[in-house]
Design a protein around this ligand. Structure first.
Ligand code: HEM
Length: 310
C-alpha cells in the first residue's frame, strides 16, 4: 500500500513542481509587460499560491509514505524517531527540508506578484526550480557514487528542469488557448499566436536538453552492456513506453509549430480564427495528456530496480 502512495505522491509532486517552475518561467519569456498582469490571460497569482501550498502538502505526505515504505509499516504507524532520523541523517531528508523552504519562499514571492511581476516571477521560478531539483535525491539520480555520481546527479537535475519547463509551457499555452474566445477578442488569440511562435526556439533547446540528459541518465543507470537485459525488465519496458510517448509529444509539437500556428496566423488575418483555435486546443490538450502520462511512468519506474528484472 505505502509503495503506491509513494508513487502517487511522487507523480503529483512532479506535476505540481513542474508547473510551479515552468508556468512563471513561461510568463517571463512568453508574455510581455501588461500581459503578465492580466488574470484573464494567465491567473498567475492564484496559480502560484495554490501550487506552492499543494507542493508543501504533497511533500509532507510523500515523505511520511516513504518512511512507512522503508520501515515496512502503515502510514499512521510511522514512528517519530524514524522521521527524525531520516530528516537529520539522510540526503533525502536534507532535500525534503530544502524543498519545503523553497516552497514557503514561493508563497511569500507570490504575494508580490501584482506589484513586482518580473521580480516575483523570477523568484518563484528559481525557488520552484530548487524544489523540483531536490526530487533527484529521492530517485536514482543520487544513487551513483564517485565522479560518475556527479555527472548523473547533474544530468538528472537538468532533465527534471527541462521537463518542468516543457510541462509548464504546455499548460500555460493550453490555458491561453482555452481562454481565447472563438468569436471575438482577436487580441487574446494574437497573444496566443505570438507566445506559440516565441516558444518554438525555447522548445528546441528543451527537447535537445531532455534527449541528451535522458540518454546520459539512462547510460549511467543501466550501462551500455546491460541495455538489452534492462529492456526485458519492468523498468526497461516502462522506459520504452515513456520514449514512445516522448516521440508522440515531439510529433504534436512539430504539428503545432509547422502547421497549426501558421494556420492560426492566417485565420486571424481573415478574422475567422474559431476552427484554427479549436485544432490548436485539441493538439495542446493531447500533448499535455502525454506529458502527464510520462510523469506517471517516471514516478513508477524511479522506484524500481533498473536491472534484475525490476
Ligand atoms: C528521449 C527522451 C527521454 C529519455 C531517454 C529519458 C530518460 C530518462 C531516464 C533514464 C530517467 C531516470 C529514470 C530513473 O531514475 O529510474 C528519467 C527520469 C525522468 N524523466 Fe526522462 N527521458 C526522456 C524524456 C522525458 C520527457 C519528455 C519528460 C517529461 C516531459 C521526462 C521526465 C522525466 C522525469 C520527471 C524524470 C525523473 C527524474 C528523477 O526523479 O530523478 N523525460 N528520464
Amino acid at each position: 500500500m505505502s509503495d503506491w502512495l509513494v508513487i502517487a505522491a511522487r507523480f503529483a509532486l512532479y506535476g505540481d513542481l513542474a508547473l510551479l517552475f515552468g508556468v512563471p518561467l513561461f510568463a517571463l519569456y512568453g508574455l510581455r509587460g501588461e500581459e503578465r498582469h492580466h488574470a484573464r490571460l494567465l491567473p498567475l497569482r492564484p496559480l502560484a499560491g495554490t501550487l506552492a501550498i499543494t507542493g508543501i502538502a504533497l511533500s509532507a505526505i510523500g515523505f511520511v509514505a516513504m518512511a512507512a515504505a522503508m520501515a515496512g509499516t502503515g502510514l499512521l504507524q510511522v514512528e517519530s524517531d524514524t522521521l527524525t532520523m531520516l530528516l537529520a541523517q539522510t540526503s533525502v531528508g536534507t532535500a525534503f527540508l530544502v524543498r519545503m523552504a523553497a516552497l514557503a519562499f514561493c508563497l511569500f514571492a507570490g504575494v508580490l506578484l501584482s506589484r513586482h511581476p518580473v521580480a516575483a516571477l523570477s523568484a518563484i521560478s528559481v525557488a520552484a526550480g530548487v524544489g523540483l531539483s531536490s526530487l533527484a535525491w529521492s530517485g536514482h539520480g543520487a544513487a551513483t557514487e564517485g565522479g560518475a555520481g556527479m555527472v548523473h546527479l547533474g544530468a538528472d537535475i537538468l532533465h527534471l528542469l527541462a521537463a518542468g519547463a516543457w510541462v509548464g509551457a504546455l499548460f500555460a499555452l493550453l490555458l491561453l488557448a482555452l481562454r481565447g474566445s472563438p468569436k471575438d477578442d482577436a487580441g487574446q488569440v494574437r497573444t496566443l499566436h505570438r507566445a506559440l511562435d516565441g516558444f518554438a526556439g525555447v522548445g528546441t533547446v528543451i527537447v535537445g536538453l531532455i534527449v541528451v540528459t535522458g540518454l546520459a541518465n539512462g547510460l549511467v543507470i543501466v550501462g551500455i552492456a546491460n541495455v538489452m537485459s534492462a529492456a526485458a525488465g519492468l523498468w526497461g519496458q516502462l522506459m520504452l513506453a515513456k520514449i514512445v510517448l516522448f516521440l508522440g509529444m515531439l510529433a504534436m509539437a512539430a504539428a503545432n509549430r509547422f502547421r497549426l500556428t501558421p494556420s492560426l496566423e492566417r485565420a486571424i488575418e481573415r478574422r475567422d480564427h474559431a476552427q484554427a483555435l479549436a485544432f490548436l486546443r485539441r493538439s495542446l490538450a493531447v500533448e499535455t495528456v502525454m506529458a502527464i502520462m510520462i510523469l506517471g511512468l517516471v514516478a513508477w519506474l524511479s522506484t524500481l530496480e533498473p536491472l534484475n528484472g525490476g
